[in-house]
Design a protein around this ligand. Structure first.
Ligand code: ZN
Ligand code: ZN
Ligand code: ZN
Length: 177
């Protein structure tokens, strides 16, 4: 923690104290900015520094490369296990190193992409081995008949690829500054 982290990079005012959102995420707002809960808009400087939850070392090994896994929370509050040998290249917008990621608590995420076949929204599905695919939100599985129901659109993502709607930020946490 250096002193420069206490200064707003936008307006050079000091940052305020750490506050917590309703969902339990921690942040520091610029002291010249505030949140007007009536208009639901930020007033003044809108800089917000999100406090990165510490990655927690897990007593588990990566199934791909054998490195330790860490438990990490994105700034959207989603938890995942990821390989400590992997990281996110912000410039290239792709994962570097080992790309093993396992989402915890539901591995289907809503995407803001329309299905090319039926026009409904797609969801991102992550398998337990960390492979990702986009599939149609209307797709289902009839466990009695053992047949797929709804729209059958599926597109597997290449390792490290992320769906275009979020350019990675939904899927990997911001690197600590
Ligand atoms: Zn500021
Ligand atoms: Zn790995
Ligand atoms: Zn569809």
């Amino acid at each position: 923690m250096s002193d420069s982290k206490d200064i707003c990079p936008k307006c050079s005012a000091p940052l305020g104290d750490i506050t917590e959102t309703q969902t339990g995420k921690k942040l520091r707002r610029c002291s010249t900015g505030s949140w007007n809960s009536e208009t639901r808009q930020a007033q003044g400087c809108d800089y917000v520094l999100w406090i990165q939850a510490e990655a927690k070392q897990l007593d588990e090994k990566c199934p791909k490369c054998g490195s330790n896994l860490v438990l990490q929370e994105t700034r959207f509050g989603k938890k995942m296990k990821k390989c400590s040998a992997g990281s996110w290249d912000k410039e290239a917008k792709k994962a570097i190193g080992c790309d093993f990621v396992e989402w915890i608590n539901g591995n289907t995420e809503a995407l803001d992409i329309d299905c090319p076949e039926c026009g409904k929204k797609l969801v991102l599905f992550t398998t337990s081995t960390g492979k990702k695919m986009e599939k149609c939100s209307t797709a289902g599985w009839d466990s009695k008949e053992r047949v797929a129901t709804g729209c059958t659109y599926v597109r597997w993502l290449k390792p490290g690829e992320v769906p275009v709607s979020s350019a990675g930020e939904e899927f990997l946490p911001q690197e600590p500054a």
